[in-house]
Design a protein around this ligand. Structure first.
Ligand code: HEC
Length: 112
């Protein structure tokens, strides 16, 4: 009995991380993501994602939460520019918070 249940439970816990948490739009989630973004991402993406070495992340209606989660987790390469994967550095919860923060920048007019 246990032998059949264990893979199912593992699968369910994996799915729980793969889908956005219910509080993705909550101010506390966004604030936690903003703090981590300022510590780890501003170096390449600029203040509030205004751009720099990486892509600008403001005013981007095209960045869906799931895409953000996957891209932050696995990293991205564009030409000679490279973003490292972050899934070893942060928990899935922390990556969702970062996704929530970037998602919250979609209404913001680009600074440059
Ligand atoms: C070493 C520089 C660097 C750091 C640090 C960095 N990034 Fe990136 N990031 C990049 C580059 C380069 C790209 C790819 C550029 C592109 O998509 O045009 C990118 C792409 C992205 C994208 C996808 C944008 C798109 O249009 O597809 C997201 C989202 C992102 N970064 C979020 C983050 C977050 C969150 C952090 C902090 C945990 C972070 N980045 C830290 C360099 C960096």
């Amino acid at each position: 009995m246990h032998n059949t249940l264990t893979p199912i439970l593992l699968l369910l816990s994996g799915l729980a991380w793969a889908t956005p948490p219910a509080d993705l739009d909550a101010p506390a989630t966004i604030a936690a993501g903003q703090k981590r973004f300022n510590q780890n991402c501003v170096y390449c993406h600029g203040n509030a994602g205004s751009g720099g070495k990486g892509a600008p992340l403001q005013g981007r209606g095209d960045l869906a939460p799931q895409y953000l989660f996957d891209t932050i987790s696995n990293g991205k390469t564009r030409g000679a520019l490279q973003m490292p994967p972050w899934k070893e550095a942060f928990s899935p919860r922390e990556i969702w918070e970062l996704s929530a923060y970037i998602h919250s920048l979609r209404e913001r007019a680009p600074e440059r």
